[in-house]
Design a protein around this ligand. Structure first.
Ligand code: ADP
Ligand code: MG
Ligand code: MG
Length: 943
C-alpha cells in the first residue's frame, strides 16, 4: 500500500515537473496572476502593479518575467529557458485582448510596450527602462494615422530609438566625449534649425522625422548594425538588456552599499504604454502621498504637461510642483487625490507613485513604500497612529534605527545664519546642515573624503555614476533637477543633506569653479548648504544642536513644545514598552552620564577608569607608581591617586542617582602612562626626583612587541594587586559617601581581560575584602556586584568556570572581535576594503558584530554562564552595543542590557524595541507596559 501510494505521488510529482515552470505573470482588467506579497519572484514593481490592478486602480495591462529567469540567465551563460518565448507570446496576446490593439500592427493602432526593470527592493536609476517599444517605420505611420497626431507618433519614435540605442545597443558617451551622443545630435539639430535651445515638446513632426533619421545613422555608425525593425526582436533585446543591467557597475556598487545580494536578480516588466505626450491634456508625474522630506500630510511631487515619464526625473525640463496639476488637469488631479487615499489605506504606509495622464485619464504606473528622511519617518509614524491606520508597534518598526541619529544631527547656528548671506536658493531635498569643501566630480570628492576632508559634492545634476561621490560627501548640491531628481532621491535614502535645483549656482566643470551670488568658488573652497530650508551659503557656517538635543538634554522649554520633540519622546516611550532588554551607556564623566540618562539610559555599562590616571598632576603619581622599585613605594604613590579617583566615582554615582554603574578596573598597558621623548623624560625626572636613566630603563623594560596581547587588563593587577586594591577602595568609599548623603548607589566592579577562572578569583577576593573593610570602617552597608568582561575566547569557552566567581558578564566585543578574528582593529585599514569587496566581511566586524563567529563565542558563554549561575546578569559594552543588527543579536541571546555611547542610546533603544516586536515578544498594549513601569517607580519612591 505504502509503496503504491508513494509511486502515485512520484508520478504526480513527475507530471508536475514536466509542466513548464511559470515564468510569466500577467495583470490587467482587474485580474492578476500575482499579488503584492510576491516581491521575491516578481520584484517590487511587478508585485505592486499586480496589487494595484487587484484593488481596482487604473493600471495599464502587462506581464512580469520573474526573477527566476534572471537567475537562470546568469546560471546558464546568459541564455534563457526555452519555454520563455511562448509564455511571453501568451502574455502579449493577453495584453492585446485587454487593450484591443495588436503588437506590431502596421494598419491600426499598434500596441506599444514599456520594458521596465524591477528588483525586489527598488534601486532607483540603477537599471534601465525602454519606452515606446514596437515602433518602426511602418508602425509609426499607423500610430500617426490612428491618433491623427503625427507630432506625437514621431516624438515617440525618436524617444524610442534614443532609449533603445542607449540601453540595449550601448550607444553611449565615450570617455573623451562631453555629451551623450543622442543629446548631442538633438542639440546641434536645434541650434542649426532654430538657432536656440527649444524644449523637446516643441519639436515638430518634421523635426522628429529628421532626428529619427539622424539617430538611426548614429546607431549604424557606432554599432555597425541597423536599428532592429522587428518588434519581437526589439522586445527580446530590451528584456535581455534589463537582465544584463543587473550586473552593471552602478548596480553592483548600489547593492554593496545596501547589502542586497546579487543572487536576488531582477524581474522584467512588460507593460502596455500609455501616453503623456499626446498634447496639453496629457502629462506625466511622480508623487509621494505625503512629504518625504519633513513628513507633512500633503501630496508632494512633480509633474509635466505633455511629457513622457522619463522627462520628469531626467532633468531635461524642470518640472512643476504636482499641486500645479490641479489647475492644468483638474479632473485627473481629483482622481489622483482619490488614488492617494486608497493607496495609503490599502498599503498602510506612505506611497511613492508614478503616473501618467493620457488625454485627461489617469493611469498608475508604479507604487512602492516611499523612502523618507528620519524626520519624515517619525512624523508619518506618529500621524498614522493618530489616524488609526497603524498600531504603535508598526509605528516603532517604521522608524529605521540606523537613521535615527539624523534627528540628533546639528543644524546651522541661528546667529550665524542671520549674519550669513544666501548666495543661492534651491529645493530642500534632504534636511540638515552641512558645510564642506566643494568638489565637482565624484572621484575627486571621494578621494578628498578618504583623506579626511569634509566634502560637498556639487554637480549640475547627479546621475547614478556619481553614487560613490555622494556616499563620500556630507552634502549634495545640484543646480538642476527637482525634488524627485536622482540627487534628491538618493540623498533622502542615505540621509544626506541635499539642496537641488539651485538654479543660481553655475557649475563650471571645465574650470572646476562654482559661481553663485556674484562670487567664484574653486574646488576645495568651503560652501554650506541647509537642506531643510534649501539655502546655500558661502564659506563654512557653525552648527548648533537639534531641538531634540536642546529639549532632552538642555531642558529647553521651547524645543519641548515642538511636534518633532514630542513625537520623538512618544517613540521612545513605545520603545520602553516594547522590550525588557535595557540600554546602558559607556560613559566616563558625570556630563556624559547626564546626557545618556536624558536619552533613556538605565545605567552605565562601562566606565573606563584609565582617564582617571591622566588628568592634572595625577599622572605624576601614576608614573611614580610605575617607576617604584618595591611594593611600599608603589603603595605610597597609589595613595596619592586614591582621593582623586574617589571624587570621580562620587560624581558619577551622583549623576546616576541610583542607577547601576559598571566600573572597569585599570586596563591599558603601563607604558602608555610613561613619556616617550627624551625631553619629556628629563622633565619628569626633575618633577618627581628620579634619575632620567631610571625612567629610560623602565620605558625600555615595558616595551612590548604586541601591547594588545601584552601586560594589560587583569594581568596588571595580578602582578600589582595594590592597583586593584586602591581602585576598589576608591569605588567603595565613594559608595559609602553616597549612602551617607542619601544617594542610592549600585556599583558593579568589573575585572577586564579574564581568560582563567583563577585570574578572576584572585581579584574578586581582593575586591570583597576591601568592600568589607570599607563598610566596617565607614559603618555603612551598600550592595555591589563583582563580575568580569568576557573579551578573550578562552574566557568565553570556560565561562562556566569563570561564572563561579562572577556575578555578571559583560561582553567586551571590541577585544573579543580582535582576539577571535586575530585581527588588530587599528591595523585593518590596509585590507578592510579588499575584505569587504570580496565579500569576506559582510560588514566591518568592529562596527557590526560577526554573529557567526564572535556571536557563537557569546552564545557559548551565555549558556555556560547560566548553567552555573542561573540569572547571571549579562550585558555587552563593545562598540557593537549601538549597532542595530548587533542589538538584535543581543536581544536573541537574551542579554539583560546593551551599552553604547550616550548619543547612540536612542538608536539602541529603538533597535531593541524593534527586535522584540519582530519576534513577537513585545506586549500587545503599549499602555499596560507603561503603567507597570510607573508602578515600579512609585514603589521605589515609597521605599
Ligand atoms: P525606474 O524604476 O527607473 O523608475 P520605470 O520602469 O518606473 O523606471 O520607468 C520610468 C518611467 O517610465 C516611469 O516613471 C514612467 O513615467 C515611464 N513609464 C513606465 N512604464 C510606462 C508605461 N507603461 N506607459 C507610459 N510610461 C511609462
Ligand atoms: Mg519608476
Ligand atoms: Mg578590552
Amino acid at each position: 500500500m505504502a509503496t503504491r501510494k508513494k509511486t502515485a505521488k512520484n508520478a504526480a510529482k513527475k507530471a508536475a515537473s514536466k509542466k513548464a515552470p511559470k515564468y510569466v505573470y500577467t495583470w490587467g482588467a482587474g485580474k492578476a496572476d500575482g499579488h503584492g506579497k510576491m516581491k521575491e519572484l516578481l520584484g517590487g514593481k511587478g508585485a505592486n502593479l499586480a496589487e494595484m490592478t487587484l484593488i481596482g486602480l487604473p493600471v495599464p495591462s502587462g506581464f512580469t518575467i520573474t526573477t527566476e529567469v534572471c537567475t537562470y540567465y546568469y546560471d546558464h551563460k546568459r541564455t534563457y529557458p526555452k519555454v520563455l518565448r511562448s509564455q511571453m507570446e501568451a502574455g502579449v496576446a493577453n495584453m492585446e485582448k485587454i487593450m484591443g490593439y495588436k503588437f506590431g500592427d502596421a494598419e491600426g493602432f499598434p500596441l506599444l510596450l514599456a520594458v521596465r526593470s524591477g528588483a525586489r527592493d527598488s534601486m532607483p536609476g540603477m537599471m534601465d527602462t525602454v519606452l515606446n517599444l514596437g515602433l518602426n517605420d511602418a508602425t509609426v505611420e499607423s500610430l500617426a494615422k490612428a491618433t491623427d497626431n503625427e507630432r506625437f507618433a514621431w516624438d515617440c519614435y525618436r524617444r524610442f530609438i534614443q532609449m533603445y540605442g542607449d540601453v540595449v545597443l550601448g550607444v553611449q558617451k565615450t570617455p573623451d566625449e562631453d555629451h551623450e551622443p543622442f543629446e548631442h545630435v538633438i542639440e546641434s539639430y536645434k541650434a542649426k534649425t532654430y538657432g536656440e535651445d527649444i524644449v523637446d515638446s516643441e519639436l515638430t513632426a518634421e523635426d522628429n522625422k529628421a532626428l529619427v533619421a539622424a539617430f538611426k545613422k548614429l546607431v549604424l555608425d557606432r554599432t555597425g548594425q541597423g536599428f532592429p525593425d522587428c518588434p519581437w526582436e526589439q522586445l527580446e533585446g530590451a528584456a535581455g538588456a534589463v537582465f544584463s543591467s543587473w550586473m552593471n557597475d552602478r548596480a553592483i556598487v548600489y547593492r554593496r552599499k545596501y547589502g542586497i545580494p546579487a543572487a536576488w536578480g531582477t524581474a522584467v516588466n512588460v507593460q502596455a504604454m500609455v501616453f503623456g505626450n499626446t498634447g496639453s491634456n496629457s502629462g506625466s508625474g511622480v508623487a509621494f502621498t505625503r512629504n518625504p522630506a519633513n513628513g507633512e500630510n500633503e501630496l508632494y511631487g512633480e509633474f509635466l504637461v505633455n511629457a513622457q515619464g522619463e522627462d520628469v526625473v531626467a532633468g531635461v525640463r524642470t518640472p512643476d510642483a504636482v499641486a500645479g496639476m490641479a489647475e492644468a488637469l483638474p479632473k485627473a488631479f481629483k482622481d489622483l487625490m482619490k488614488v492617494r487615499k486608497i493607496l495609503e489605506k490599502h498599503f498602510k504606509d506612505v506611497q511613492d507613485v508614478e503616473f501618467t495622464i493620457q488625454d485627461g485619464k489617469l493611469y498608475m504606473l508604479q507604487t512602492r513604500n516611499g523612502k523618507r528622511t528620519a524626520a519624515a519617518a517619525l512624523k508619518f509614524a506618529a500621524d498614522m497612529v493618530k489616524e488609526k491606520l497603524i498600531d504603535w508597534q508598526t509605528a516603532v518598526l517604521r522608524n529605521p534605527a540606523d537613521q535615527l541619529d539624523q534627528l540628533l544631527a546639528p543644524v546651522f547656528d541661528v546667529a550665524e545664519v542671520k549674519k550669513a548671506t544666501i548666495i543661492a536658493k534651491g529645493l530642500p531635498a534632504g534636511p540638515g546642515a552641512a558645510s564642506g569643501k566643494i568638489y565637482l566630480n565624484a572621484d575627486r570628492a571621494e578621494a578628498a573624503a578618504n583623506k579626511g576632508e569634509k566634502v560637498l559634492l556639487v554637480r549640475v545634476e547627479t546621475s547614478p555614476e556619481d553614487l560613490r561621490g555622494m556616499i563620500a560627501a556630507e552634502g549634495i548640491l545640484t543646480a538642476r533637477g527637482g525634488v524627485s531628481s536622482h540627487a534628491a532621491l538618493v540623498a533622502r535614502q542615505m540621509g544626506k543633506v541635499c539642496v537641488c535645483g539651485a538654479s543660481g549656482v553655475d557649475v563650471d566643470y571645465e574650470n572646476k569653479t562654482v559661481k553663485a551670488g556674484g562670487q567664484v568658488f574653486k574646488e576645495g573652497d568651503f560652501l554650506s548648504i541647509d537642506g531643510t530650508a534649501g539655502t546655500v551659503y558661502g564659506g563654512a557656517l557653525a552648527t548648533e544642536p537639534s531641538e531634540i538635543i536642546t529639549g532632552l538634554i538642555h531642558g529647553k522649554k521651547a524645543s519641548q513644545k515642538t511636534e518633532k520633540y514630542q513625537n520623538f519622546v512618544q517613540l521612545m516611550e513605545w520603545c520602553a514598552a516594547a522590550t525588557k532588554m535595557g540600554v546602558r551607556t559607556n560613559a566616563d564623566t558625570p556630563e556624559q552620564v547626564k546626557n545618556a540618562v536624558a536619552f533613556g539610559a538605565e545605567g552605565i555599562g562601562l566606565t573606563r577608569t584609565e582617564h582617571m590616571f591622566f588628568e592634572g598632576d595625577r599622572i605624576d603619581a601614576m608614573r611614580q607608581m610605575i617607576l617604584a622599585e618595591n611594593e611600599i613605594d608603589r603603595k605610597k604613590a597609589l595613595k596619592k591617586l586614591l582621593p582623586h579617583q574617589r571624587k570621580d566615582f562620587f560624581g558619577i554615582f551622583k549623576a546616576l542617582d541610583g542607577k547601576p554603574a559598571t566600573i572597569r578596573l585599570l586596563d591599558p598597558p603601563l607604558h602608555e602612562f610613561l613619556p616617550h621623548t627624551k625631553e619629556q623624560q628629563m622633565d619628569l625626572a626633575r618633577t618627581i626626583g628620579v634619575k632620567v636613566e631610571t625612567i629610560m630603563q623602565r620605558v625600555h623594560d615595558l616595551h612590548e612587541f604586541n601591547p594588545m596581547l601584552g601586560h594589560r587588563g587583569c594581568r596588571l593587577a595580578i602582578s600589582y594587586p595594590e592597583i586593584a586594591e586602591m581602585q576598589a577602595q576608591a569605588i567603595f568609599e565613594a559608595a559609602a559617601q553616597c549612602v551617607k548623603k542619601g544617594i542610592p548607589v549600585e556599583p558593579e566592579v568589573m575585572v577586564p581581560l579574564v581568560g582563567y577562572a583563577r585570574e578572576l578569583e584572585l581579584q574578586v577576593n581582593i575586591i570583597h575584602r576591601v568592600a568589607e573593610e570599607v563598610m566596617a570602617a565607614k559603618d555603612v552597608k551598600f550592595k555591589y556586584l563583582v563580575g568580569t568582561m568576557i573579551e578573550v575566547p578562552r574566557g568565553a569557552v570556560t565561562a562556566d568556570e569563570i561564572a563561579e566567581h562572577a556575578q555578571f558578564f559583560s561582553f567586551g566585543t571590541n577585544d573579543l572581535t580582535q582576539t577571535a578574528l586575530g585581527v588588530s582593529r587599528d591595523d585593518m585599514g590596509s585590507f578592510l576594503n579588499s575584505y569587504t569587496e570580496n565579500d569576506i566581511y559582510p560588514k566591518n566586524p568592529f562596527a557590526s558584530l560577526d554573529t557567526t563567529g564572535v556571536g557563537q563565542l557569546m552564545e557559548i558563554a551565555v549558556e555556560k554562564g547560566r548553567s552555573v549561575r542561573n540569572g547571571i546578569k549579562l550585558g555587552i559594552c563593545g562598540e557593537h552595543g549601538g549597532d542595530p543588527d548587533s542589538v538584535t543579536f543581543c536581544h536573541k541571546l537574551g542579554l539583560n542590557y546593551v551599552s553604547c555611547s550616550p548619543y547612540r542610546v536612542p538608536v539602541a533603544r529603538l533597535a531593541a524595541a524593534q527586535a522584540a516586536i519582530n519576534d513577537g515578544s513585545a506586549p500587545k498594549a503599549a499602555r499596560k507596559a507603561k503603567k507597570k513601569s510607573t508602578r515600579k517607580a512609585t514603589k521605589k519612591a515609597k521605599k
